[in-house]
Design a protein around this ligand. Sequence first.
Ligand code: ADP
Ligand code: MG
Length: 534
Amino acid sequence: MTRFESFKAFDLSQGMLDVLEKKGFFKPTPIQIHVIPLLMKGDRDVIGQAQTGTGKTAAFGIPIIEKLTGNTGSIQALVLTPTRELALQVSEELESLKGDKSIKIVPLYGGQAIRNQLKILSSGVDIVVGTPGRIIDHLEKGNIELDSISYLVLDEADEMLNMGFIEDVKKIFRSTNESKQMLLFSATMPTPILKLAKKHMRNHDFVSVSQDDIIAEFTDQVYLELTEEQKFEALCRLIDINDGFYGLVFCNTKSDTIDISQRLSERGYAADALNGDLTQDQREGILKKFKIKRLNILVATDVAARGIDIVELTHVINYSLPQDAESYIHRIGRTGRAGKQGTAITFVTPADSRRFESFVRAANADVRKETIPSAKEVISTRTKNFKHDIGQMIKAGEYHDFLKMADALLDRQQPSAVVASLLKYYFQDTLKEEHYPEPDVGGLKIDKGKIRLFIATGEYEGMTPEKMPAFLSRESGINELELETVEVFSKFSFITVPKNQADMLLKRFADMRKRNRPFVELAMNSTVRENRKK
Ligand code: ADP
Ligand code: MG
């Protein structure tokens, strides 16, 4: 497959290149890579197959607009679409592609006042985009003539078939001139469509872009080798190191989606879980928040993620390895849509590694191995990104509504003290290395959720294992502490608590110190191993 990195590789006019740049089309999609040169060069018919959302409209729209001269007084191109929504959508996309060219494009569909349509038609149009029924109406009434067209496009042909329009389409075919170029686009190619093409199309080129091609072209595939226990910390670091992270995190079970999204929320991320237990209303609520980016992380099962159509996802994370190669391909195909580059990151535990290799073979993919970024790396990247973002904000002048407040703050204080306080307020403790605890790399299986804490009080102050739970609850305000092993020594004690409670205790006691050290802190070897507990 030839790789065209930019639209400049095609024989397009400067006007068109400008339009594409303005539209934010920086790279052609795979179907465009194949179809545009065919249509720019030759006059053969073309059948193009590619999944929905892969830019088929522009694949035919760009060359047709380039080739048409405009102002000929007769219809030069007819695009047939199955629904009025699509007719409107396609005509809008064509409209946005025409730039300064004087080409008149009109959508014709049922439900629109015929009189208005007539007025437009009589003024001379170049491209008609319409539904079969309405086109036949106009043909029968003699409002349009299709006997000297250069292009006939059958868009979303499989939908056309599903909706029972094939007979109408054939009827329209018969009213058109022989010498036109015929183009057919569809997400799937059922036999009746292929038959129709064979019967009505001349020598044609068949272009099919599979899901695999699309992924190979637009999705950077990465994997990390790690243990189950390292996954959560690795996830947090990856999110933090990728400025503007907007992604799906895939798990295999509902309870994992809840567990991970909760742990992410506790650590301050805008994350939520999407699974089969949600009501339709809850699901829609979460999806809406994700769409408007109030949430930037969705933790989902395969089933729950079905039907999410968001084009600009930056990442797909396989937190757990999917069941089979097909789900792997399906999951990573969620990113890298519509010509936007995306990254798929798969977490591979030692137990997963053989299965993962088979997926990679099945997907025929280039997969790159990376390692968990170190705490230092994450912090320095975040700092760099932050400086960059602030620089951009200053350049763009996006701070004016705060100038007054800024002046007030600076009135009595040192500028560096003010800025440092703002930074502290914004980052809190998240730029410290402790914010990124070293995920345990030992081979021993760690009892996931349990943490051992050091408490700076002991027997000398009347503490006993029995008194410890009530004491900690009272001091921290946390009810129902689940203390497991409580060991009380003369001047200090150790307790073992579930991870989330450990986090809360550390937070609540953050300001309390004794003999110059924190009153509550992580014990020297704070991760609790199963073999010790037993
Ligand atoms: P399809 O007909 O294959 O389902 P569309 O033509 O409707 O897909 O395109 C889907 C979306 O992708 C549209 O919003 C379109 O503007 C956008 N798009 C198409 N080509 C590109 C491109 N090269 N770069 C970026 N976005 C594109
Ligand atoms: Mg389409």
